[in-house]
Design a protein around this ligand. Sequence first.
Ligand code: PMP
Length: 401
Amino acid sequence: NSILSSVLPAPKDPVLSVIFACRDDPSPVKLNLSAGTYRTEEGKPLVLDVVRRAEQQLANDLSRDKEYLPLNGLPEFNKLSTKLILGDDSPAVKENRVVTIQCLSGTGSLRVGAEFLATHNKERVIFVPDPTWGNHPRIFALAGLSVEYFRYYDPKSRGLDFKGMLEDLGAAPPGAIVVLQACGHNPTGVDPTFEQWEQIRRLVRSKSLLPFFDSAYQGFASGSLDSDAQAVRMFVADGGECLIAQSYAKNMGLYGERIGALTIVCTSEDVAKKVEDQVLLVVRPMYLTPPIHGASIVATILKNSDMYNDWTIELKGMAERIISMRQQLYEAIQARGTPGDWSHIIKHIGMFTFTGLSEEQVHLIAKEYHIYMTYDGRISMASLSSKTVPQLADAIHAVVT
Ligand code: PMP
């Protein structure tokens, strides 16, 4: 007599099914471009040298214990994370109207922020870019928000549908939440320019929308931590409210440590205090308190100027390798005389590029060339190397001509 036997099979996740198809492919030249994790030129996962050093330092410190962290996480980590995203001398921080809470990487920060908003935001509607990271709609819907889309990607130009974006945000009801990816938009690789960000900011403020930034790639997109935070800082500089979900998965390579932060910029210290208390009411019944290890690694690196400096160098190295993969792929496609304009590959930024290949072409490339990408034609530039660029360029050339 089983109660659980009536459980229905779960729908297949499109990204996971690509990963499984690649895993089951016996070809020695198979190439997985579907996953969003950084790989070295040799195709290996990377643990940053500075992370190894921080871990050694932590292991040698016998005064450390394994007590619970406070509900809001490691205080030092929170303070340093706020500074990282908002900058060294943010007036919002000086005025004590910023709340930062350690969460389980970017996903956990988005989920905690969304649950808080579902209780305290009257509108309960959240606008996300079309398309956006596949997990966004699920995170927000399960938190109790109703998910709507605003136009973002223009398949014709393989760039931003700026006019459509402004029209859709302009028609959103006051109080609605707007998800904005801070840099390195997943899955398209398309970011607004700073001039466009300024126009978005003015519209968001004039329509009384609440921006919720997803900052999963700070420093990883351009190679500069400040430049990748600039869009967020433009919104904070105007004195208005916003939420920010920060992740250290990509920029410190701490994927499995699940370390990130939710920052909420309020209009006064009094509001910030109430907001913090309410967010902690979300956290407590969900997982009580966050884990220590990742937060300790991040805090160790951010508070030590030598380690911080070494981190920025390693981070820039990852970003530059990705940017050079863009250039190499573009040149390899050009060299083959492949029809069409492929300049979007070098215009896009961050880990991903929307190639513009159709689902049919994606399947063909997997079958004939053993190269796996998501069905929407997204590739992770971080999984390419100088060795595999020609393989991909050959495959693209073959399916396009
Ligand atoms: N937001 C975006 C846009 C992402 O691409 C990702 C990772 N794929 C995340 C958030 C969350 O990642 P994590 O939970 O590992 O920090």
